[in-house]
Each structure stands twice: as structure tokens, then as C-alpha cells.
Design a protein around this ligand. Sequence first.
Ligand SMILES: [Mg+2]
Length: 125
Amino acid sequence: MNQIKIILVDDLSFMRDAIRSIVEKENITVVGEAENGSEAVQLYSELSPDIVLMDITMPVMDGLESLKHIRAYDSGAKVIMCSALGQQKYIIKAIQLGARDFILKPFKPARIISAITKAVGINDK
Ligand SMILES: [Mg+2]
């Protein structure tokens, strides 16, 4: 399979750095980073990534709102939510909005990789 292109969306740069170092050990390329949901919508339209890995709690526009916009723009968009423990209450909402998976932080590297490879193997366009 070709390189998997992803964008990382989190308001905390250390979290983006942590995920970047995990995925770059695999056949996955980080093509962009955003620190809020609004930037993520913009980046998605510019870069057409295979996968978006997105936090929920962010300034300007949160991850659920961003997910809604991205899925409205591209109904086949593959978005994996990645959010803090205590935010399980958002899981159902995220899945209803079309999220492919929901990873709780703190996460194991293998959980991130398996969520990404599973999501790219599914094509519902
Ligand atoms: Mg956050």
C-alpha cells in the first residue's frame, strides 16, 4: 500500500509530537498539523489526507464540530477521534457524526496504528 497520509489535530503541540513520533515509525506520513478544529477543516480541503486524527477539546472550534464540517465536505472522510479520559460521553456523538474510531488518552502506540490501518482498509465512498 502507498504511504498513508494523515493530519494531526490537537491544541497541544506535545500531543501532536507524540503521535507524530508513533506514526512515523510506520508507513504513515504526517502531511499537516492543526491546533483547532477550524484549521483542521481548512487543512482537510487543501491536503485531502487519508486519515484525520483529532482531539475533541480545542479552542476556536472543537473536534466534534470540526468532524461535522469535514464529513459534510467529504462524506468519505476518515476521522479518528483521540481524546482524554473522562470524555467517553462524546463517543456516541462522535460515532453518530461519522467518526471511525475513538481512542482514549493516554493511549498505547499500537492502538493508534491499528485504528489507522483499520480505517484505511475500509472504503465507504
Ligand atoms: Mg485538547
